[in-house]
Design a protein around this ligand. Structure first.
Ligand SMILES: Nc1ncnc2c1ncn2[C@@H]1O[C@H](COP(=O)(O)OP(=O)(O)OP(=O)(O)O)[C@@H](O)[C@H]1O
Ligand SMILES: [Mg+2]
Length: 173
């Protein structure tokens, strides 16, 4: 990543990393994967670290979405066909990655229409080692670390069987 990078570029790069894998999914069935960026000027930051951190964060949300929809644990599971391909035909799965500016914040979001999270588990998902997928449960605690480092805030909204949205509010310096 270049020294000077805007959050727009970070979000676009994180999104396009998934595109090659999603193209593999498309061979098996429909899957809507799209990017929604509010048409604004996004100033550059010279912090390389912010670039890496937010790239990681967007990837974590996207992987969690794929896990909830297809049981995919990591991107390469798509190429290895480690998922139930029939699920693609039965559901109109979608993941939307978004970036906008709201008041003094960048708003980065990932929305999926996977299984959703039961209301009683909404608090627990942030706990280290909490996982309903037999995976380490390290992702969301890592998200909290990143969010805290930048004085950002993260929020989750979910409806079981319908959709889940993770939103990060990052203060514009
Ligand atoms: N988009 C989502 N849809 C449904 N459930 C989710 C979603 N994102 C997170 N969760 C729930 O939150 C739990 C914790 O997520 P977290 O990323 O911390 O761990 P993990 O993905 O299970 O393991 P790891 O991230 O270490 O691979 C998940 O196991 C799942 O139950
Ligand atoms: Mg995870």
């Amino acid at each position: 990543m270049a020294d000077d990078i805007s959050l727009k570029k970070i979000v676009e790069e994180a999104f396009s990393f998934g595109e090659i894998y999603i193209a593999e999914l498309h061979k098996e069935g429909p899957f809507d994967y799209h990017l929604e960026i509010q048409d604004l000027d996004y100033p550059s930051t010279s912090s390389k670290e912010l670039g890496y951190d937010f790239y990681e964060l967007i990837n974590e949300f996207t992987q969690n979405s794929l896990k909830s929809m297809l049981g995919i644990q990591r991107w390469k599971d798509i190429s290895l066909k480690r998922y139930d391909t029939t699920k693609l035909d039965e559901n109109n799965f979608s993941i939307e990655v978004g970036l906008a500016i709201e008041r003094e914040n960048y708003v980065i979001s990932v929305t999926d229409n996977g299984n959703g999270i039961e209301p009683e588990n909404l608090k627990r998902i942030w706990e280290p080692k909490y996982s309903t997928c037999g995976t380490p449960g390290r992702g969301l605690p890592r998200v909290i670390e990143i969010v805290d480092k930048y004085n950002a805030r993260v929020d989750v909204q979910s409806e079981v069987g319908k959709q889940t949205t993770f939103t990060v509010y990052l203060p514009i310096e």
